[in-house]
Design a protein around this ligand. Structure first.
Ligand SMILES: NC(=O)c1ccc[n+]([C@@H]2O[C@H](COP(=O)([O-])OP(=O)(O)OC[C@H]3O[C@@H](n4cnc5c(N)ncnc54)[C@H](OP(=O)(O)O)[C@@H]3O)[C@@H](O)[C@H]2O)c1
Length: 292
């Protein structure tokens, strides 16, 4: 390639890590950031600082965008000078957003002669690198195939499908599960700490038994959802609910608000009469139906 191999626009915690990884893999790298001082460490590491976003996009066959939100990435691309550089160039957008935002941006770039790959990063910057499994891509398959050697600097390239929304669908769904689970862990660790068990000791228990049990429960839930059969000879929804009644009461007795567990308790309280004998997964539809 005569031009720079790759550009990175957005040098926050994540974008700066991406740019460093491209440099470490030996790619010639252009960088741009709204606050120019954030480019300095990358220039010191061998990158070229672009004077503006249009230069960053026009300078390289592939421009990676990693801003805080799609609306800012879209505004950046919509600047007339930037839009004029898109034709024949590839945009890989690794900004976190919604499925619709990814589809809109893909269409918009395509209408200006650019090619578009959307991606989602499902890991912290420190864990990224050629062995990471934390990134997924979707959109134009030929773009993915042509540039997977570049993407391999960030993690093992994984193509999830032609719909550019897929990384955001999977990443956001994972994020919902992750944040609720992590909040649940905090609440549980605080309960253990009240009784003198340190978060570190609770973590050991959680990793040995809790996390595998949660993973197993998710697998069983999907079997119930796929079959439509919510009978269970293991633990009935009522049994789960009864344990939550006990746990919430004791948490509140010791002064914990039981926000996370209490929320699930309240959902189950509404259905336990009708669904108490079924598997816990029978509550899926109560958590997923539209708000009225
Ligand atoms: N950090 C993580 O662990 C992680 C993990 C997975 C995914 N992600 C995703 O990666 C993306 C970036 O995250 P981050 O951690 O790097 O965030 P960050 O450190 O807050 O950086 C945000 C970046 O967006 C830029 N920006 C914000 N508003 C802008 C605007 N109006 N115009 C131009 N640039 C603008 C900032 O520029 P300035 O420097 O000028 O403010 C900065 O480069 C997000 O979508 C995030 O969800 C992050």
């Amino acid at each position: 390639m005569t031009q720079q191999d790759i550009s990175v626009l957005g040098l926050g915690h994540m974008g700066a890590t991406l740019a460093h990884l491209f440099l470490e893999s030996g790619f010639t790298t252009t960088v741009w950031n709204r606050s120019v001082e954030r480019a300095a460490p990358l220039v010191a590491a061998g990158a070229t600082a672009a004077p503006d976003p249009a230069a960053a996009v026009g300078d390289a066959a592939v421009a990676v965008i990693c801003l805080d939100r799609y609306e800012h990435a879209q505004a950046l691309l919509e600047q007339a000078e930037v839009a004029g550089t898109l034709s024949g160039h590839v945009i890989v957008n690794l900004t976190w957003g919604t499925p619709d935002e990814a589809r809109t941006m893909s269409r918009w770039v395509g209408e200006r002669g650019g090619r578009y790959l959307d991606g989602n990063i499902y890991d912290y910057p420190t864990n990224l690198g050629p062995d990471s499994a934390g990134l997924s891509y979707a959109g134009d398959r030929s773009v993915f195939d042509a540039h997977r050697h570049l993407l391999a600097a960030l993690g093992r390239p994984r193509y999830d499908g032609a719909d550019p929304a897929l990384p955001n669908i999977l990443g956001s769904s994972g994020g919902i599960a992750h944040h609720v689970a992590v909040a649940g862990f905090y609440e549980a660790a605080a309960y253990a700490a009240h009784y003198g068990v340190s978060p570190a000791i609770f973590l050991e228990f959680h990793e040995r038994l809790g996390a595998p049990l949660t993973s197993h429960a998710c697998q069983v839930a999907v079997e119930h959802l796929q079959s439509g059969d919510f009978t269970s000879n293991q633990a009935a929804l009522r049994t789960h609910f009864d344990s939550m009644v006990v746990n919430c009461a004791d948490m509140r007795r010791i002064g914990q608000p039981a926000i996370m567990l209490g929320a699930f308790h309240d959902v189950l309280a509404n259905v336990v009469e009708a669904k108490g004998d079924m598997a816990l997964a029978a509550v899926y539809e109560d958590l997923s139906r539209p708000e009225t």
